[in-house]
Structures are given as structure tokens and as C-alpha cells.
Design a binder for this molecule. Structure first.
Ligand SMILES: [Zn+2]
Length: 232
């Protein structure tokens, strides 16, 4: 099998995704990049998770050409490709898209997910941003590619690993990380943080974000050069 390593990593991550409970029906896909070759593996379109095999993963280059695989790729592939083109230089190797319910609730409300506590701060260095609404021209044009463009536009010069997730307005979350396993883990962390934020805002509608001191403490003890949390 060509590109075996990324196809197996992608396959494992796509199997792990529905086990998190984040996926209703078949809404969800994971891709994994081989940054040395400039190709990524992605789930094929509309195949039942139970029937999925590693060799079904479609391999696409960064120009959008299929280089291996017999099935049609996920319709969201141009969004994944746009994100790899912008974020690979930061070490992003995997992208996950779901319609997980609490994150979608914020996306549909057009609201970012504020950092209201340490669960969020352990994973995301501040609010999880929401994109602007897409224009009619973007929706009627290369829709999935333009979805990637509004995400990249929203991140501007931000390091995408400081906040490895975004909400596409009226749509839902895209999450990324350094491996397929980490990206799936962060897709779950995002949904947990969104669920907690929804409940916090229901109890306390004007709730403010956590203090910067607490945010710094929780994010920086797990990420970056001074991290000390967990096993090395
Ligand atoms: Zn979607």
C-alpha cells in the first residue's frame, strides 16, 4: 500500500472519531499530512465507519490531485487542503471536522466559545474563534475551499496550535493538531468545553472569561518550552 503510514494513522483516527460520541450519522472526517512528501490521507466520502479499511483512505497532494486510492474523497477535502497549506509550517499534521452538537450550537449562534474555566484553558489559549459568515459568492463558488479561506482569514497571524480549533459560522468546528490521535482528542476537548460553556452561560449569562493569570498557568504548564505537566 502506497503512503501506508499516513493512511493507517488516518484510518485509526477516523475509527476513533465515532467512539468519542461526536459523530451523528456520517458527519465527520479526519485527514493526516505527510509533510515531507506534501500529501495527505483523508476519509472517503459517505462510507460507513464499520466498512472502512486503511486502503480506502484517499491520498491527495497539496494541489488537490488524487495520488492514491480508488474511492471519491470526502467532500470537505478542499477545506482540509487549505488548512494544511496555511498551518503545516506550524506543525499541524491532522485536521478533524465534526458537527458535534454543543460546538455547533455556538457556531449557529455566531458566537465564539469563551474560556470560562481550566478545562478549556488546558487545551485552548483563549476563546475558540468563530469565522465571519460566508458570502453568497463564496457559497456558490468553490464552497469547501472558501470555507478554508474564511478560517485562515480569521486566524490571521495567530499560531494555530495556541488555539487549535475554529467554529465556521452557521456550520461547525474544525480542529487540528500534530497527529491524528491528538486532533481527535482535541475535537473531544472542544465539545466538552463547549458543553460546559453552554451550561455556565445558562446559569450565569454574563459570565466573564477566566483571568489571564489562570489561563496562562493552565495552558503554559501543558504547552510550549516551559511545560511541566504529564510525563516526558
Ligand atoms: Zn460540515
Amino acid at each position: 500500500m502506497e503512503h501506508r503510514a499516513i493512511r493507517e494513522e488516518c484510518f485509526e483516527a477516523n475509527l476513533a472519531l465515532p467512539k468519542t460520541g461526536l459523530v451523528d450519522l456520517t458527519f465527520g472526517n479526519v485527514s493526516v499530512l505527510d509533510e515531507n512528501v506534501g500529501v495527505f490521507a483523508i476519509k472517503p466520502s459517505g462510507v460507513d465507519y464499520a466498512a472502512l479499511r486503511a486502503e480506502d483512505m484517499v491520498v491527495v497532494d497539496l494541489n488537490g490531485n488524487v495520488v492514491a486510492g480508488k474511492l471519491r474523497y470526502s467532500s470537505d477535502t478542499p477545506t482540509h487542503r487549505r488548512l494544511f497549506l496555511a498551518f503545516a509550517e506550524y506543525g499541524v499534521r491532522s485536521v478533524v471536522h465534526t458537527h458535534s452538537r454543543c460546538a455547533v450550537a455556538f457556531a449557529q449562534a455566531g458566537r465564539e466559545i469563551p474560556c470560562l474555566g481550566t478545562t478549556h484553558a488546558d487545551h485552548f489559549y483563549g476563546s475558540v474563534p468563530v469565522t465571519r459568515k460566508m458570502t453568497d459568492a463564496e457559497i456558490n463558488g468553490q464552497y469547501e475551499w472558501e470555507t478554508g479561506n474564511v478560517i485562515v482569514e480569521r486566524f490571521g497571524g495567530m499560531n494555530p496550535l495556541d488555539v487549535p480549533a475554529v467554529l465556521v459560522n452557521d456550520h461547525g468546528p474544525f480542529v487540528w493538531n500534530v497527529s491524528g490521535g491528538k486532533a481527535v482528542e482535541y475535537a473531544l476537548a472542544l465539545e466538552v468545553a463547549a458543553d460546559m460553556a453552554l451550561k455556565t452561560l445558562a446559569l450565569s449569562p454574563g459570565q466573564a472569561a477566566v483571568d489571564e493569570t489562570l489561563l496562562d498557568k493552565h495552558f503554559l504548564r501543558k504547552h510550549g518550552k516551559n511545560a511541566y505537566y504529564g510525563q516526558t
